[in-house]
Ligand binder design. Structure first.
Ligand code: M6R
Length: 363
């Protein structure tokens, strides 16, 4: 049941720190012989990795691409399943494929898995449902261990996918010539602080409630970010669309001036994701460009970022300090909570939004 929570989505959001702990315990440092180990052995000498998924699982794959390429030096080709399966891309036997899916039953992702298998390409899956078709049919599967997810809007399965992609990246980086042991160890240690940082974040409901009150009447919301914050912006926009029925769009912050900045006026709410790191200053300068055109800006950043943005913003969600590798999991939380709060104010059917199914088993 919902264990006292008003919705499954709320319950599932609050389960996230515990799931990250479980994943650290199960797949952490010395977990030899796990499915993650098996995946490492399968992938470590590959020239490329193809990642294929739909929806939120695809956005998790986007974050995975950034990590796998920049930390484990493994080039990644990322595809949406319903596009991949019909585009006749040349696949090489020196590559492998990873299919990401909460349900393990999504029709297009499953068809894409069958297609690559038919071509003789090694295919792994990252699934939450161990008894699913994808788990059965792939050469190996990694389990996200998030437990059954009931809310149609994916929350805990998404952060569990991110966590597993982080752990997979670190495993592969251990044996990569381009990454030193210290970097891997430092990242691994910092992931151990994540459950606590997530718990801290989940307590900050007041700021989010106030922002939700302003967003509930919006007709459009723009989400922007750079680097790994860009797939998170996509995920945040998807959450808002799914459960609050407000049109939302995500853009890489650096692309604004190539078109969408034309939409910015004093009625457009913009959610700016500016986690600490080398891209923060660049994102904040994009923020200033839209602030000067009147955009109603909510900044999600650390205290330093919020101080730098100063009076350009209307609201801020101040995030706990965290290491770069923990950022995607941590910064997903306020996006989920915000969508949830807006939907609550609008009175929509949060766990079962109109027109959507938990598992999309038709193409
Ligand atoms: O079960 P899957 O991960 O394969 O599902 C993929 C998408 O249908 C899913 O992520 C969908 O976009 C969610 N409703 C997102 O909240």
């Amino acid at each position: 049941g919902k264990q006292g929570y008003a919705h499954y989505m709320l319950k599932e959001m609050h389960e996230q720190p515990g799931i990250i702990e479980k994943l650290l315990h199960h797949y952490g440092d010395h977990a030899a012989g796990t499915s993650l180990d098996h995946a490492k052995l399968t992938l470590q000498h590959r020239q490329r990795l193809g990642i294929v998924a739909c929806g939120s699982s695809y956005y998790a794959g986007m974050v995975g691409k950034y990590w796998l390429e920049s930390i484990a030096s493994l080039p990644v080709d990322l595809d949406i399943a319903s596009e991949f399966r019909y585009r006749n891309t040349p696949l090489s036997s020196s590559s492998a494929h990873l299919f990401i899916s909460q349900s393990g039953e999504t029709a297009d992702t499953l068809a894409a898995l069958r297609y690559t298998k038919q071509l003789g390409i090694t295919s792994l899956s990252l699934v939450n449902a161990p008894a699913s078709a994808m788990a059965r049919e792939s050469a190996g599967f990694i389990e996200t261990l998030a437990g059954a997810e009931i809310g149609v809007a994916s929350t805990k399965a998404f952060t569990a996918q991110l966590m597993m992609l982080a752990l997979l990246t670190l495993r592969l980086a251990e044996s990569s010539a381009h990454c030193d042991a210290g970097t891997v160890k430092y990242a691994m240690d910092s992931l151990r602080h994540l459950p606590e940082q997530m718990r801290q974040m989940l307590k900050q409901q007041d700021a989010i409630q106030a922002i939700a009150g302003r967003l509930r009447r919006a007709r459009n919301v723009l989400y922007i970010g750079r680097g790994m914050a860009y797939p998170l912006a996509l995920e945040g926009a998807l959450k808002l669309k799914e459960i609050s029925y407000i049109h939302a769009e995500a853009y890489p912050a650096g692309e604004l001036k190539h078109g969408p900045i034309a939409l910015v006026d004093d009625e457009l709410p913009v959610i700016v994701l500016a986690p600490p790191g080398e891209l923060q200053e660049k994102t904040l300068s994009n923020l200033r460009e839209i602030a000067s055109r009147g955009a109603q800006i909510t900044l999600i950043s650390d205290q330093a970022g919020v101080d730098l943005a100063a009076d350009g913003i209307q609201d801020a969600i101040v995030m706990p300090d965290c290491n770069a590798m923990a950022m995607p999991m941590l910064y997903t939380l306020p996006l989920q909570l915000l969508a949830y709060r807006v939907a609550l104010l609008k009175g929509t059917d949060i766990d079962q939004p109109r027109n959507l199914a938990k598992s999309v088993t038709v193409e």
